[in-house]
Design a protein around this ligand. Sequence first.
Ligand SMILES: C[S@@+](CC[C@H](N)C(=O)[O-])C[C@H]1O[C@@H](n2cnc3c(N)ncnc32)[C@H](O)[C@@H]1O
Length: 311
Amino acid sequence: MSELAVQKNTETSFASPVLKWAGGKGMLLPQLSPKLPNKLRCGAIKKYIEPFVGGGAVFFDISNSYYFEEAYLFDINPELVILYNVIKNNVLELIDELERLQISYFSSTDRKEFYYQMRDEYNSFDKKIDANNYSLSFIRRAALTVFLNRTCFNGLFRVNSKGLFNVPMGSYKNPRILDRENLIAVSKALSKATILQADFAKALDFADNNTFIYYDPPYRPLKDSSFTTYAVETFDDNEQIRLKDVFEQAHKLGALQMLSNSDPTNLGPDPFFDDLYHNYNIYRILAKRLINANSDGRGEIREILITNYGV
Ligand SMILES: C[S@@+](CC[C@H](N)C(=O)[O-])C[C@H]1O[C@@H](n2cnc3c(N)ncnc32)[C@H](O)[C@@H]1O
């Protein structure tokens, strides 16, 4: 085994997602891990790109385990990009802000009133702001993203058509608003990352033959259930096809790539992804997901995993 083999990243302590996020891949990590490319395991990948970073479960898991020089993380959600850049650049100030919020929340005689005050403040921020133009004013905004995610109903992130966060208060007795150790670990993991509010096609600006890309787009909804809980459902089949074109172009640039999605064959014959990615490797893995069609709302279903390399 070469010296590079299983090059563990010793510089960062264990980082895990800061937010609860729809479609988070935390539960799937044991199934995704064996399908990662050997080139990543042996430390020969220089760039990691995740164009739909969401809660970042996969990025954090990979950066806890493997060494790479730089990461490029994108999402179209501006609040995620603002939060990750604040954690990267101003983590101590964010910790102070969260500590103040935590104290105020726990000592408040009317938590409900406090929650809705914070939600109003959050909704008063400029929704048209350029999330890629970093500003210190983002610290408070990022703190409120964490606070609301920890205290709202089900840890949902949901905005209405005007971009206003509209999730009611949750019923957690003792929500952990500040997790100092994790924020420090996440800040270290993000120190080598460029985090941008961008469309997934941005990956093509950075992909080369020393790159690994993991794509986790919004699920293609199964016919009689809805797994997607994002605010604006714009990720239709045309978007899935546009994504496949990006996959193809990055393949030509020499990048190693893995993509996950829901498996339409769960509900009967539907060769959508099998046709779209017929030139690549397609695997099926089992996932525990919310399924509206089931009476108890839960079940094991297949998800699809596509790679352009053998495992
Ligand atoms: C399934 S989630 C990713 C979950 C993530 N893997 C995790 O573990 O938390 C999909 C993400 O794609 C983002 N998204 C939707 N359309 C996008 C686009 N065109 N370009 C980039 N990101 C997009 C959504 O905001 C969402 O955060």
